[in-house]
Design a protein around this ligand. Structure first.
Ligand SMILES: [Zn+2]
Ligand SMILES: [Zn+2]
Ligand SMILES: [Zn+2]
Length: 388
């Protein structure tokens, strides 16, 4: 029998592959589902055993008891605070290749070999070791120790624990206070998903994160990384501003287009109080469907009565002049159009200076483009709508 086989027979891993093959199967309790196969992502978020894990509650209890009781323990784990945790070399060696290597090199005193896990609090070492036995942890412990547990999972090569820590951080334990530390750790511990999530959190909350102690200490410990992060924060901020600017611009072009539609409608169909004097309105007339109508009506009425009705004379009239010119530029059929001055503007446009011409053409282009994107049919394409 080879050495490897001996290890496998005597020291089952506390993972789903080995447990049931090594020890005689326990009869399942009535509450247990017969299917021990894992479905979906690992979801153990507390001491209660989840159904999607392969090991039964009884099996996990057994491993917990083995850890708690230390029955025939042959390893002592020394912690930084001088505490001693009793464990089994077989279990540790199967759960972590790093611990296996440490145990090989460990000195024995009497029957027991001794290893040290330093750099974290003794309670963290205890939670870590228990996880190696039964994959269990208390929610409160995870909440408190998720960062050092994540570090241990990487340092001792326990991917299952690493996955649990990543999942716990992602589902709530990552916060503005620890996000900078977690981001740096995720880079050190080669956890691309966590890097992505923490980076996204930093970008979305840059203002608050920049004021945290984590950021300040990163500035001293990793100035290069801080510079890189800062650049991405600035880029994100610029993208956000650009997005807002574009959205405002789009809104303006849509409103202008709506105003143009309403202007044609007012001059063609009339709209209750404004419109062709040859049209009669019935009391039960359906409400107008053009949102811009109301504002435009007021403007048209002002324009009709204003004494300063010259371009630049009064802001309302100036606006009206601009709208009329814009209409003329968008209008496909000036000959039969009922919008005032439509044809006059068409004539005037021919004499306009180049600078103004470029400005107007750009505006018309943008309005039409925005409305095409929005899936609206431009009245300019249909000359009938202007002349009916
Ligand atoms: Zn109307
Ligand atoms: Zn005026
Ligand atoms: Zn027109």
């Amino acid at each position: 029998m080879g050495k490897k086989e001996t290890i496998t027979k005597q020291s089952p891993a506390p993972t789903h592959q080995g447990v049931n093959n090594v020890y005689p199967r326990q009869p399942p309790s009535p509450a247990e589902a017969p299917n021990y196969r894992r479905k979906g992502p690992f979801k153990n978020n507390g001491s209660a055993v989840t159904e999607d894990n392969c090991a039964s509650t009884a099996t996990r209890d057994l491993w917990d008891n083995l850890f708690d009781g230390g029955y025939r323990a042959d390893v002592t784990i020394k912690t930084e605070n001088g505490d001693t945790i009793y464990a089994h070399a077989n279990v540790l060696g199967m759960a972590s290749p790093v611990l296996r290597g440490m145990l090989k090199r460990a000195k024995s005193s009497g029957q027991k070999r001794s290893i040290s896990i330093h750099g974290v609090h003794q309670d963290v070492v205890r939670v870590f070791t228990r996880f190696l036995y039964s994959s269990r942890f208390e929610s409160e412990e995870m909440k408190e120790f998720v960062v050092p547990l994540f570090v241990l999972s990487h340092a001792y090569d326990v991917p299952r624990l690493k996955r649990v820590c990543e999942e716990q951080l992602e589902s709530g334990l990552l916060n503005l206070d620890n996000v900078v530390d977690i981001f740096q750790l995720s880079l050190l511990c080669n956890s691309p998903r966590l890097t992505l999530i923490s980076h996204r959190m930093i970008l979305r909350n840059s203002k608050a994160v920049l004021a945290t102690d984590g950021w300040k200490s990163m500035r001293y410990s990793h100035p290069g990384l801080e510079k890189e992060l800062l650049e991405s924060v600035i880029e994100e901020e610029n993208n956000r501003k650009e997005k807002i600017r574009k959205s405002k611009e789009r809104k303006l072009y849509l409103e202008l287009f709506e105003a143009m539609e309403a202007l044609v409608h007012i001059c063609r169909d009339g709209c209750r109080t404004i419109g062709p004097h040859d049209k009669d309105f019935t009391q039960n007339q359906a409400p107008c469907k053009y949102r811009a109508c109301k504002g435009l009506e007021l403007l048209v009425r002002h324009f009709a009565g204003c004494k300063l009705r010259v371009p630049g004379g009064c802001i309302h009239c100036k606006r009206m002049w601009q709208l009329l010119e814009l209409h003329s530029r968008l209008c496909a059929d000036s000959k039969s159009c009922r919008v005032p001055l439509c044809r006059n503007f068409k004539e005037r446009i021919k004499k306009q200076n180049k600078k103004d011409e470029i400005k107007w053409k750009l505006l018309v282009k943008k309005i039409l483009k925005t409305n095409r994107i929005e899936g609206r049919i431009s009245f300019t394409k249909s000359s009938n709508s202007l002349s009916s």
